[in-house]
Design a protein around this ligand. Sequence first.
Ligand SMILES: [Cu+2]
Length: 279
Amino acid sequence: MGHAIPSLLAFFTPPSGGSPNANQIDSLYKITLYIALVIFIGVEGALLYALIKFRKRKGAVPAQIRGNTRLEIAWTTAAAVILVALAVITFAKLSSIQNPPNSGPEGDALARQSGPLYASTERKLPPNGKALNITVIGRQYVWQYIYPGATEPDGLGAPYSYQRMVVPTNTTVTLDLVSSDVVHAWWIPELGGKFQAVPGYHNYTWFKISKPGTYRGQCAFLCGRGHARMIAEVKAVPPAQFDAWLAEQKQNITKANEEAKIERAKLGSQVGAGQVENP
Ligand SMILES: [Cu+2]
């Protein structure tokens, strides 16, 4: 019974707890919700009171009231004050939702200074300019993640993964969202707001996870018949474990590429039934 109210509240509020931006969105939502609740109870209470107290009675003639200037000024002013207060609170919180903080001491080694190549007025960086940047590519119907560590100057050779993103804890992770086909939307509710991946554009968001765990979400923009299967997962592990995972992922990709190269060479040297000679 003691858990009934918090879990009911959680049902009506956005998920949070994974990242500071998600927590700020959640608290902003709750402030608005509480003000709305007070007004809702006040209005409905007054309505019920009036319905019961002044219900129809035999021979009774209702009071004929035409306007009340003081009352009208009061409720107009009160509504304006609430509106201004909500706007002020929203703008005060906006910067902590949009702007990422610095990484923690353990994560700092994994974060890198953002180069001029990625300079953008829309992309928000932590105060020290260092973040672990991951490119998120939306495609029908899977999310692909490109991690830092390109071996070639054009950005090729970087380790990548599909569907499950692995990240270090206590590290500010910035995301570059792009799409290779249609519009998709990246949304892991516990890690912050929803952002679209639009072909031809870059969108930016970030998160910083303090405790290890798995955070789930899925594509939030109808992108075709496989949309429902386009799930996403962010697995946060301690920085040392992330380093090991990334190295292993890189090794596996290199190995798979080498195996594919051998297979391709074999195919190329065969004169198969499907091959057309002298077309
Ligand atoms: Cu989709």
